[in-house]
Design a protein around this ligand. Structure first.
Ligand code: AMP
Length: 443
């Protein structure tokens, strides 16, 4: 019986799985360079965690959660995003004690019952960071810069959009004025907007229905509602970004799909002529107050986080003209033993290479050289190591570069040294050098 994958889920395999691994690996290395520590949290949480944090007015909570009763009748939900679960873990384990600013990063799958379409899955993967500390514009800017630097590192030209959501009184006033603006238009707007109007009119700004967008364009701009404190903080963030040469577009309609944000919000897009990526965010994030407190944690800390969607990064990466090379799936060496005795030596050498993390294939079989060459080429191996009668007699192996066709006889004693010089030749280039520091950047 053939069993199909669940609607909205997908398998990632072959070279795409390799791209996924590279993209995640680079993200993790980069997050660690900025001082972030890994955290692994459960996929399952109590449903009310998301109701209390992501928010009763968000599409995620109202329409998209995978919620079910377990055998003991508890309402559980497969995580639709990471921030809420991480805040829960921070409170549960008191991770804030003696560890502020707390910098955390994560990778894993999320579940949203959305209509599957290009770039939208029901199970997808996110990677991101959360930074918990007293509010500080430098820390807000750090998270934005980390995401920007990551996209540049993997060879995608980022477009960064930012906006600032005012806090408390100014926000209340804005919401009141938004309601007054939308009220006479409401009959002509979609059902979701009618619901958002009642629960959180800010969310209307996020509506994608074209006829609603025409109305939304005329709504009052959030930027005129920022208090002096908001403006000061926002300007500081922009100054920090400018100092390190990060360019951004301000978009006063950017509100993001989760209720908890207040302060800076941002999204990253892929700068490309390919219209498939128009309006599709690769990632985004923002600042939030009160989330820890809402979960019975300390009130003095706020947070700022970002998350990227792995599937969207993969497709942008595969469509980009990028020089980033990742870790690569091509074997560096393919072992070709032509006799039983040759197999023993191949085994010893392959073990040495494996233990030194050098991508090497040995299939524990003896074949003709012709047939080994065919298999090695099929795997796109860079070099083949031939161990025949002649080689064994003289105590060497033949290493043939399958790209240039050049081959060398290498004495067994010299093998480790030669291997490392091959690796050096192939994998170290100017990209590996540390660039000089240009402190005039952005000024
Ligand atoms: P959000 O948590 O909604 O801010 O989403 C952060 C990122 O996750 C987005 O920018 C997307 O890259 C990705 N993402 C969100 N929803 C989906 C989905 N249904 N399928 C694939 N990627 C998604």
């Amino acid at each position: 019986m053939k069993i199909n994958p669940v609607k909205g889920t997908h398998d990632i395999y072959s070279s795409t799985a390799n791209d996924a691994l590279d993209l995640e690996y680079t993200f993790n290395v980069m997050a660690m360079a900025y001082g972030y520590e890994p955290i692994v949290i459960p996929t399952l949480e109590h449903t009310n965690l998301f109701q209390r944090s992501v928010g009763e007015s968000s599409d995620i909570v109202t329409k998209e959660m995978y919620t079910f009763l377990d055998k003991a009748g508890r309402s559980l939900t497969l995580r639709p995003e990471f921030t809420a679960g991480i805040m829960r873990a921070v409170v549960t384990n008191k991770l804030y004690v003696d560890n502020i600013p707390l910098r955390l990063f994560y990778n894993g799958s999320c579940f949203r019952y959305e209509r599957p379409q290009a770039g939208r899955y029901r199970e997808f993967h996110q990677m991101g960071v959360e930074l918990i500390a007293p509010t500080n514009p430098g820390l807000d800017a750090e998270v934005i810069a980390l995401g920007f630097a990551y996209l540049k590192e993997i060879g995608l030209n980022p477009i960064l959009k930012i906006n600032y959501l005012p806090a408390k009184d100014s926000r209340e006033k804005y919401l009141k004025d938004l309601k007054a603006f939308f009220e006479p238009n409401l009959d002509n707007m979609c059902e979701d907007c009618k619901r958002r109007y009642e629960i959180n009119p800010l969310r209307i700004l996020d509506c994608k229905v074209p006829s609603d967008r025409e109305i939304i364009e005329k709504a009052p701009s959030i930027s005129t509602y920022l208090s002096d404190d908001d403006l000061k903080h926002y300007n500081e963030i922009k100054r920090f970004l400018g100092n390190i040469g990060i360019s951004y577009e301000e978009d006063d309609r950017l509100v993001r799909g989760l209720d908890y944000y207040s302060g800076i919000v941002f999204e990253y897009y892929f700068d490309t002529d390919n219209s498939d990526f128009a309006g599709i965010a690769l990632g985004g994030g923002g600042h939030y107050d009160g989330l820890l407190q809402e979960l019975d944690g300390p009130s003095e800390y706020s947070g700022v986080g970002l998350s990227f969607g792995l599937e969207r990064l993969i497709s942008a990466y595969q469509n980009a003209d990028t020089e980033y090379k990742g870790t690569g799936m091509r074997p560096i060496f393919y072992m070709a033993p032509l006799s039983e005795e040759g197999l023993d030596l191949a085994h010893t050498l392959a073990t040495f290479l494996h233990e030194n993390s050098v991508h090497t294939i040995l299939n524990y079989e003896i074949k003709s050289l012709k047939s080994f060459l065919k298999s090695a080429n099929k795997k796109q191996a860079r070099n083949i190591i031939i161990i025949g009668e002649d080689e064994l007699k003289k105590g060497f192996v033949t290493i043939k570069n399958l790209e240039s066709g050049v081959q060398h006889e290498v004495a067994i004693d010299d093998f480790p040294e030669i291997v490392f010089s091959i690796l050096k030749e192939n994998y170290e280039d100017d990209d590996g050098e540390i660039q000089s520091l240009d402190i005039t950047k952005g000024n």
